[in-house]
Each structure stands twice: as C-alpha cells, then as structure tokens.
Design a protein around this ligand. Structure first.
Ligand SMILES: Nc1ncnc2c1ncn2[C@@H]1O[C@H](COP(=O)(O)OP(=O)(O)OP(=O)(O)O)[C@@H](O)[C@H]1O
Ligand SMILES: [Mg+2]
Length: 333
C-alpha cells in the first residue's frame, strides 16, 4: 500500500484567524501549518497556553473551518463538502475527547456512550449492548446506570472515552484528556490510551501538558504561536524539549527558535549565513554584535518564575510552566 493510502489526516498550510471587532483586533491563531498522520499513529501536540492547540484540533476534526488551507480526513478534502456530507464523514471517521468529559447531564453513563450511535439513527436496543461492552472493557461495567454528577472525574473521562470509541473511529482527537484529573486517575486513563494504541488501529492526536502522554506517542509536535516549530521522537521529555528537538522550517521558510536554543545562541541578533548547502545551514553572529552580547548587559536568561501564574522555576531549565502551561520567557539578566 502506498503511504498516501495509509494517511488518515493531512492538513496543508492551514491558517485560522479569529475575527473580532474589539480593540485587540483579529487573532491569528494558526499560521500556515501542515501535518500528516498515518493510520494507527499516536502523535502528541505540545505547546504553551494560547499557542493554538485547541484551534488546531477543531480545524483538523472539522468542527471549525480554517480561514485558509485544506484538511483531508481519510483522503477526503473537508472544505469541499456540504454540511451534511461533512457531518457524515466526521461521524464515520473521527471522535473527540475534551478535558472535561462533556457528558450529557440528564443521561446515565450507558446512554451517554450509546448516544453517538443513536444519533446516527441506530436503534437503542442495538446501541446499548455495544455501549455496555465498551464500559465493561474500560472498567466501568458496574457504573452504567450512574448519572454523570454521581461519577468521579476519572470515571466521567472513561465514559467519554467509551463514547468516543463506540463509532469505531479511525482517528481520535483529544484535547488535554487528562488535564482535569489528579495524577493517579490521570495515569489510569493514560494506561487506557496506551492499550488502545497497542491493540487497535485507531490513530490519536493528543494535545497534552502531561509528560507521560507525550512519551507514549511516536512523535510530538511542538506548537508555538500557531506554527509547528519542532518535532520530537518517542520518549520525549516535555520538561526538557531541547534533548530531542528537530527544528522545522515550514514551507514559507520560517523557522522559530525555541527560547533555550536562542539562549545558547547568545540571544537575538543578526547572523551571517556563511554556509548554505542542501541539508546544511551555518549561522554566525556578525562581528559587530559579538561584543555587545558578551558584555553582560544584554545577556538573556530564562525567567526564574512564570510571568502568568508566578510559579517558581527554581534551578530547573524546563520550558513550559508545569502549573499553567505558559511559555517560560527569556529576560535581560
Ligand atoms: N473564540 C475565540 N475568539 C477569539 N480568539 C480566540 C478564540 N479562541 C481562541 N482564541 C485565541 O486564539 C489563540 C489560540 O487559542 P487556543 O485556544 O487554540 O490555544 P491553546 O493552545 O489551546 O491554549 P490552552 O493551552 O490555554 O488551551 C489564543 O491567542 C486565543 O486567545
Ligand atoms: Mg486549549
């Protein structure tokens, strides 16, 4: 089979702009990013708060139309579909899992899980046994008749996972699926994702701040300000992305240096490109700038605390705030 046939998702240079009449004006949330995923692949998306992760997921799953660019789901270009065709393609191909389980409060666990099938016109008496067997599989068999407000956060998330699986999707898009859970419950839910990944052909795109989620994915994409700036291989440590980073130059020729790379480089400035060859780019700071960088006055260092939530980074060199997910900025020393 060719690679193309195995592709479950492809986005070509997508942009998304949130238009606003407010003073701040429009927000460019995605800036020309491209990605492709294969059947059964697990990919993590990591990046600071506001970098565009949720916007990306909504565009990829057809919940929102990107302002520009195209998205192909299972080989079908979504932008060309009518509303009805799009709903059908989504129902047959993709499921979402959000940070909060988003269960329907008036339905019990079983009916929440059965609901996507019933929505497709399948009879409840056919859908319910399927829902029950999924709940059994996810260790929730005894809680089928529990109402959402009687379930713990982890139980609700299991129900949400069962609901996502009942349509046999080929792709699951999950936006911080363990974000609202305590570490132990989060680990249990994560174990489920791992097992699903090993046992089935379903592909996952997981937005996460959680190290363990990222580490079981085949690769992680680092998103910053609406662009993929780097890719990381398996067993990524999202507390220290520098170890595994491969920088991405996108098709507009843009490359964004992560703060720690910028730090090692001695901060912003002008660079000569003394050597550009296929596969190699050599940058060297121009002579007259070298002095000012080394005087100490303009030396930049990673901030000692999070500017958003005041988290104290102490001696660590992590890049994303573990409390709020904000980017750790560089400041003048
Ligand atoms: N409905 C909206 N209207 C206007 N701007 C929006 C809207 N939703 C998101 N944005 C802006 O778009 C950018 C990307 O937001 P997005 O929610 O995709 O980020 P995120 O990476 O998911 O962040 P977080 O980690 O906090 O969930 C941000 O600057 C955000 O303020
Ligand atoms: Mg988000």
């Amino acid at each position: 089979m060719s690679e193309k046939l195995n592709e479950i998702l492809r986005a070509n240079s997508i942009y998304h702009i949130y238009e606003s009449n407010a003073e701040d004006g429009n927000v460019v949330a995605l800036r020309g990013l491209s990605v492709s995923m294969h059947e059964g692949e697990a990919v993590a998306v990591v990046g600071p708060s506001g970098s565009g992760k949720s916007t990306l997921l909504k565009c990829l799953g057809g919940l929102m139309k990107p302002s520009a660019g195209s998205v192909e789901l299972a080989g079908t270009r979504m932008t060309r579909l009518t509303g009805k065709q799009l709903v059908k393609l989504r129902q047959e191909t993709v499921s979402f899992i959000f940070q909060d389980a988003n269960l329907l409060p008036h339905l019990n666990a079983l009916d929440n899980v059965a609901q996507p099938l019933i929505h497709q016109g399948i009879l409840a008496r056919t859908a319910r046994p399927k829902a029950q067997s999924l709940l059994d599989k996810l260790g929730m068999g005894e809680r089928s008749y529990g109402m959402p407000d009687q379930l713990s956060g982890g139980e609700q998330q299991r129900v949400a996972i069962a609901r996502a699986l009942i349509t046999n999707p080929r792709l699951i898009l999950a936006d911080e699926p363990t974000g609202a859970l305590d570490p132990i419950t989060s680990r249990e839910v994560l174990q489920l994702f791992k097992e699903l990944h090993e046992e089935s052909d379903v592909a996952f795109l997981l937005v996460t701040h959680n190290r363990e989620v990222a580490s079981f994915c085949e690769r992680s994409l680092e998103l910053r300000e609406g662009r993929f700036i780097a890719q990381h291989g398996t067993n990524v440590d999202i507390g220290d992305l520098s170890d595994s980073r491969e920088l991405i130059i996108d098709d507009t020729g843009t490359v964004t240096l992560p703060p720690d790379v910028l730090l090692n480089l001695g901060g912003p400035g002008r660079f000569e490109m003394s050597d550009i060859n296929r596969d190699v780019l050599h940058l060297e700071r121009v002579e007259d700038e070298k002095i000012s960088v080394s005087t100490g006055k303009d030396t930049m260092v990673l901030s000692s605390h999070c500017l958003a939530c005041k988290y104290d980074y102490a001696e660590s060199d992590i890049q994303l705030c573990p409390e709020c997910g904000s980017t750790r900025p560089m400041i003048n020393y």
